[in-house]
Design a binder for this molecule. Structure first.
Ligand SMILES: [Fe+2]
Length: 200
């Protein structure tokens, strides 16, 4: 029997993602946080961290890794750009509700400072997948309806931007600081002869 896993949702988990600049990124975010104008579910106001010198090493790493992913998935892409990059500070008991990252191809999150208090959760995006859900002996990647990934410090999780996700309530007394980003494709997408192309 040939078990084929068709129409895959491609998610990448990379531990020990960033080996440099974490102190300078922490300081940059912490300085903004100190001057914050509001308390709850704080995020950096402008999503331009990738344009700051403190984030140069990190942004280059995000681009290199995204290019590796695109290569791994066998896409033909002229170039990619980081469209947004921002930071989130999640305090005790805070959470992020379900959302997607519109107008982009790949998105990611990186745990700059976290003691795993709040995981990121993805649910099965196939609309008919929950019509019949048998009981499970074990939850595995073959039968899961929900998958959560711990917000382990120095871990990056990269996923398709359309994939709905949320962040569980932070059960830690410590703040959870994450950096999130969106990646978009430049150049031609799709094929002219299939009448489904676009150029960005
Ligand atoms: Fe998100």
């Amino acid at each position: 029997m040939d078990h084929q896993k068709i129409f895959a949702t491609n998610l990448f988990v990379i531990d020990d993602f960033c080996k440099d600049s974490t102190d300078s990124m922490k300081k940059y975010i912490s300085d903004l946080w100190t001057n914050r104008k509001y308390e709850t579910n704080w995020q950096t106001k402008s999503a331009d961290l990738h344009k700051q010198k403190e984030f140069k090493y990190f942004s280059d790493l995000v681009l290199t890794t995204s290019k590796d992913i695109i290569k791994e998935l066998d896409y033909e892409v002229e170039d990619i750009v980081i469209s947004d990059m921002w930071a989130n500070v999640l305090k005790d008991s805070e959470h992020h509700p379900v959302h997607t990252h519109s107008n982009n191809f790949l998105s990611g999150t990186y745990y700059l400072h976290s003691d795993q208090g709040a995981s990121i959760v993805f649910h099965d995006p196939r609309p008919a997948a929950d019509v019949i859900v048998p009981r499970k002996k074990n939850t595995t990647l073959n039968n899961a309806s929900l998958l959560s990934y711990a917000s382990k410090q120095n871990r990056a999780v990269i996923f398709p931007s359309w994939l709905p996700h949320w962040v569980q309530q932070n059960k830690s007394k410590n703040k959870r600081i994450s950096i999130a980003w969106n990646i978009h494709i430049k150049g031609q997408l799709g094929e002219h002869h299939e009448f489904q192309s676009a150029t960005f």
